[in-house]
Design a protein around this ligand. Structure first.
Ligand code: NAD
Ligand code: DAU
Length: 327
């Protein structure tokens, strides 16, 4: 598994080890978003620290052979891709290529690429299906779309048993606080301003991270090679509603909400139709109201996890991105 020390990857590994008793090797570069601490409660997992874009690291992680590669490793934050796209092209493009080549070299039986609803662009009404055109807006989503097309080419050209899972916006424990929900929760707990981009009416389709993990598990076990499976959350909400709910759950004061300059090329709405993965037996279990409360409680209770993050490089990133210091 690649990128297993990040947010979704570490939650997926936890499900696989605890519920499926899988033996898992994680290949992860441990960028700012990848942390050993995310796997600290799973000592049985082997961690190979290395870059998916490096053939030698891929060979080392595959070792004597693996049954499947699930690729979560990526540069994932849209705002960072707007400021500095290069790592997105390298990791998401070249990295995916090296993994596909590794899968071919070692005759790995199954390959699952973790992708995103952002490859479809923005949709005003209705929901994307797997047949919707690929119209990415940001360097992040363009690099993910390119990776998806490469994965499909390896199925068509070389017969690699590869498939793609496209998830909607995930939230839950272990998410790095550059993303909307953990950023707002930690700022609210500290009384820092809550920076809402533009008018705050952009809509996201929220998916609890364990639901995504189980959807990926379904696709891994029952999905058909060459296919794409959308895995969308059960609820949609405009950003400003999410932020106001976080204010309530943390007991903060609504006056700390601040409207700031919008993100360039900001997609207005995402919505994923998930009928195809449902037909494989998957269903989201956690509604947004319940999942958000669980998530706020997790951040409240796990100060040891986020205090080192919030006091490190993140502060410099925050100042560059928001033009003000934290705290
Ligand atoms: P994350 O940023 O929390 O973690 C990414 C992980 O990849 C980190 O552990 C990092 O160290 C690792 N990584 C980065 N570059 C690497 C490289 N070159 N070699 C090896 N490891 C590397 O990301 P996330 O939010 O957990 O997302 C995981 C995957 O799911 C990504 O592919 C992302 O595009 C996709 N996705 C994310 C969401 C979301 O809402 N977060 C939704 C749908 C799909
Ligand atoms: O949809 C899936 C995608 O969701 C994943 O592929 C990406 O990896 C992941 O980062 C996420 O992308 P978004 O851009 O939707 O997530 P982000 O948390 O950055 O922003 C969510 C919304 O909140 C978006 O409309 C921008 C807005 N926002 C975000 C931040 C960080 C704000 O208004 N203020 C902020 O400070």
């Amino acid at each position: 598994m690649c990128g297993g020390a990040g947010f979704i990857g570490s939650n997926f590994v936890r499900i696989r080890v605890r519920e499926e008793a899988d033996e898992v090797v994680v290949l992860d570069k441990l960028t700012y978003a990848g942390r050993r601490e995310n796997l600290a409660d799973l000592p049985e997992v082997s961690l190979v620290v290395g870059d998916i874009a490096d053939q030698a690291a891929v060979d080392e992680a595959i070792g004597d052979g693996v049954d499947a590669i699930v690729n979560f490793a990526a540069e994932t934050h849209v705002d960072r891709s707007i400021a500095q796209p290069d790592a997105f092209v390298t990791t998401n493009g070249q990295g995916t290529y090296q993994l596909l080549e590794g899968a071919r070299r070692h005759q790995v039986a199954r390959y699952v690429q973790i992708s995103t609803d952002e490859v479809y662009g923005s949709i005003e009404e209705g929901s994307f299906t797997e047949e919707s055109p690929i119209v990415p807006s940001s360097p992040y989503s363009a690099s993910k779309a390119g990776a998806d097309l490469l994965v499909q080419s390896y199925f068509h050209t070389y017969g690699l048993e590869a498939l793609i899972c496209r998830g909607s916006n995930n939230y839950g424990p272990y998410q790095y606080p550059e993303k909307l929900i953990p950023l707002m929760v930690l700022n609210a707990l500290h009384g820092d301003p809550l920076p809402v981009y533009g008018d705050g009416m952009q809509v996201r389709n929220w998916l609890y991270v364990e639901d995504f993990g189980r959807g990926i598990g379904h696709a891994l076990a029952h999905g058909h090679a060459g296919e794409v499976y959308n895995v969308g959350g059960p609820d949609e909400a405009p950003n400003i509603e999410v932020v106001k709910r976080i204010v309530e759950l943390t007991g903060a004061d609504e006056s700390i909400i601040e409207y700031v300059t919008d993100r360039p090329g900001h997609d207005r709405r995402y919505s994923l139709g998930s009928e195809k993965i449902r037909a494989l037996g998957w269903e989201a279990r956690v509604h947004f109201a319940e999942g958000l409360e669980k998530t706020v409680n997790w951040y409240r209770e796990n100060t040891d996890w986020w205090e080192p993050v919030r006091s490190g490089d993140y502060r410099e990133y925050y100042e560059r991105q928001y033009g003000r210091k934290l705290g």
